[in-house]
Write a protein that binds this ligand. Structure first.
Ligand SMILES: NC(=O)c1ccc[n+]([C@@H]2O[C@H](COP(=O)([O-])OP(=O)(O)OC[C@H]3O[C@@H](n4cnc5c(N)ncnc54)[C@H](O)[C@@H]3O)[C@@H](O)[C@H]2O)c1
Length: 317
């Protein structure tokens, strides 16, 4: 069994990744400064003797390197980040610090302590708009936000470090991740968590545009499994893959699924399309299958049904 250090462990993807690794029998060293994460996401993990949470800032020089030197993990899964495209546009300096400088500190910590593998949370945002669908990894990268640019630069920075200093780097280009613990209170949250909260509150959702825009929604538990594979599967070489399903779901279809589970809620309202919103985003999952042995297995209808039942507010009698 391996020891894996997970940055951003208290976040949405980080806490599910931690739970998955612990269920596999791995030891997990969690790191999070709770900027957007929540300790409650780790309620189950904190009961495990194979888990500890270290409240440190990955972007603070020296902090992570000292922990990595003390813990000597087999792999680092680097998920901690400024996760919002909009926030990166409003505050590009903070984006640089939390998304690129922090990645450099992760790469340096790995090099200094001889960590064998680094898994990086990249994003479909590195591709930008107007890419042929489904998007393949070799597509031209034209990020259109500081966030997307920092993710792309982080991939290169890590891959260069890995090639030079002899560790494996796996870049995971997540598409639209959804599931329990995604923070609906955040104005930047994914459409599914916002829809889930509106329907739970009995309120109709607003759809911008005609609702025919599509996304590749991948369930967070599938993403957690992909992260565990990237960190622990023997014999992997460095590379970057899409973490997606290869299936497109429109916002109309999403609303229909939610309506089926919440028949009393009024039909969606439609508002003018928002400038800058892309119409379609669909990934090609073939490389993740070939390189990691990963295939997303949760269909959106099933993933949403689980999300709705897990987040249902119990009725008081
Ligand atoms: N959710 C998605 O659909 C999606 C899509 C593409 C990429 N990603 C990437 O996946 C990763 C995880 O995203 P998420 O959706 O779980 O978001 P999240 O906000 O739930 O998780 C990020 C975690 O990192 C922590 N963190 C942030 N800055 C930190 C720092 N300087 N030091 C220590 N901890 C810090 C936060 O407190 C939080 O717990 C991010 O790198 C994000 O860019 C997410």
């Amino acid at each position: 069994m391996a020891k894996i250090l997970v940055t951003g462990a208290a976040g949405f993807i980080g806490s599910h990744t931690t739970d998955f690794l612990l269920a596999e029998g791995q030891t997990v060293v969690g790191v999070d400064n709770l900027r957007t994460g929540h300790r409650e996401n780790l309620t189950a993990a904190l009961r495990s003797p194979r888990f500890a949470l270290h409240p440190l800032d990955v972007a603070a020089p020296g902090a992570l390197a000292a922990l990595v030197a003390a813990e000597r993990p087999d792999a680092i899964i680097h998920l901690a980040a400024l996760v919002s495209v909009q926030e990166s546009i409003a505050n590009p300096a903070l984006n640089f610090s939390l998304n690129l400088q922090a990645t450099h500190l992760v790469a340096e910590a790995a090099r200094a302590s001889g960590v064998g593998r680094v898994v990086f949370a990249s994003s479909a945002a590195i591709y930008g708009d107007g890419v042929a669908q489904p998007v393949r990894e070799a597509a031209e990268k034209r990020p259109v936000s500081p966030y997307g640019a920092a993710k792309l630069a982080s991939e290169d920075l890590l891959l260069g470090h890995g090639a030079c200093y002899g560790f494996t780097v796996r870049c995971q280009r997540y598409f639209n991740v959804y599931g329990p613990r995604q923070d609906p209170a955040s104005p930047y949250s994914g459409v599914i968590s916002i829809f889930a909260r509106r329907y739970r509150e009995g309120k109709p959702v607003a759809i911008y545009g005609d609702g025919r825009q599509t996304r590749d929604f991948v369930a967070v538990r599938d993403v957690a499994r992909a992260n565990a594979l990237a960190a622990t599967r023997p014999g992997l070489i460095s590379g970057a893959v899409n973490i997606c399903t290869g299936r497109a779901t429109s916002l109309r279809e999403l609303a229909e699924i939610f309506s089926t589970h919440n028949p009393g809620v009024a039909a969606p309202t439609y508002a003018p399309a928002r400038p800058g919103d892309i119409l379609h985003s669909l990934g090609d999952p073939a490389s993740a299958g070939a390189e990691l042995g990963f295939k997303a297995t949760t269909a959106v209808a099933k993933g949403l049904a689980e999300l709705i039942s897990e987040t249902a507010v119990p009725l008081l009698s």
